[in-house]
Design a binder for this molecule. Sequence first.
Ligand code: ADP
Ligand code: MG
Length: 262
Amino acid sequence: MDDVKPDTGASTDRTPQTPRDPMVVIEGVNKHFGDLHVLRDINLTVGKGEVVVVLGPSGSGKSTLCRAINRLETIESGAISIDGKELPEEGKPLAELRADVGMVFQSFNLFAHKTIRENVTLGPVKVRKKSKADADKQADVLLKRVGVEAQAEKYPAQLSGGQQQRVAIARSLAMGPKVMLFDEPTSALDPEMVNEVLDVMVELAREGMTMIVVTHEMGFARKAADRVVFMADGQIVEVGTPQDFFTNPRSERAKDFLGKIL
Ligand code: ADP
Ligand code: MG
């Protein structure tokens, strides 16, 4: 690309810098649901190790964008690539493709009839063709990392919502994803459990995971986001640093949105 501006660090221009080492490149993406133009010419590049928080009112297309990145939704035009490879990739099974893009939803989506450890080992064994022994070892490491190692033999219903969501994160990580998508991961949790999940996400960000996070948790955005993307009516309306966006939103839509949630 010729138009990449050097990052001098001194710029007051808030046009989004194109990250030098892109992990996710979304170009000219459009999608309709019937008459509803749910994604309107979406362009966004997320750099390796970057954390992008996506904000916006309900119905603005945030979940659809996440699902499109993970190929749970088709797109009508444009292109999405992960680590230089456009999806869907020729000859690569969709399951494997999706394994590169971890996704954690609002609802925990664990397999109810599998133990916590089995929830984490299933994908690596089936999709990544790991041996059961290796997958078990990895699961124990990951469950420890998210602080639920003591629950490994239990079933999802025996865990709190916060614990289940941390298992969902461990399960995604077990696939060795290149990027993690989080779609309102704490919205369904009791308030006292929100932080235990956000803490795991902050830690993941610190370790250098590339993350796209849809959340209304402004504390997380301030602490962990490199950039904030504000969506409304299927469009990206603003992109900026958390500092810029929260203190000086430019658009009326963003001012209105922040006025309601802050
Ligand atoms: P957000 O996550 O920002 O709340 P969504 O991406 O879930 O927004 O939805 C954007 C719009 O698309 C909403 O108006 C929603 O009702 C609509 N929508 C989402 N999924 C579908 C679907 N499968 N069929 C039809 N309309 C949908
Ligand atoms: Mg949503």
